[in-house]
Design a protein around this ligand. Sequence first.
Ligand SMILES: [Zn+2]
Length: 240
Amino acid sequence: MKHSKKHLIETLSAPLIIFLCVIFATVIISSFVLESVTASSNTDTPSIGYTVVIDAGHGGLDPGSIGYKTKVRESDVNLAISKKLETELKKAGISVVMTRTTEEGLYGLSTNNYKKRDMAKRREIIENARPNMVISVHMNSYVKHNLRGAQAFYDKNSEISRKLALAVQDQFASNLEESDKGVSIGDYFMLKCTQAPSIITECGFLSNEEDEKLLLSDAYQNKIVSCIVAGVLSFLGIAE
Ligand SMILES: [Zn+2]
């Protein structure tokens, strides 16, 4: 049988069309995959090889100090600032491990002797993270209502922690209100439970009306976070 030229083209084009469809679909799917890879690399800055543990102080049954006017729980303010700090450190390419990310404490279901278990869990998280430093976020409080300002605490036996405290305090002093009182020695579990440089940042006084107002504002929380990030980068010898 003799094929006409037209019939031959039609016979050839069926597999050709399927082939082209497969190619087309592959291109579309690949472009979606590529797009999602590009999107995720835009939000996650490549790691620069450092890990920081951020420890939001208190939580659950332990509210920490209570706001003078608003009765806000220190634990909630600590968590809000810690989460902002996590975001900003990650933007700088620093890996972050959080001791807590919810309002709950770290002591599990039983409330018996909860504080000791809460602290033990924090130490376990730090040990597993093998971090380059630990930053515990707290708000200060005092029986008299006049004290104000942010201060970094370190353990007296750790020279490297003192250096980290100085780097952060330097930023507090130049950018936050009433915060030029220098670093201070603190006798706290969180400062002693690790060999890594470890500081407690008391970001202001919840027992002072003006500080309390600032500590609850988004803008001032961001300012505190910028200070800590700048201090961390300076300690690590990285220019911003
Ligand atoms: Zn506290």
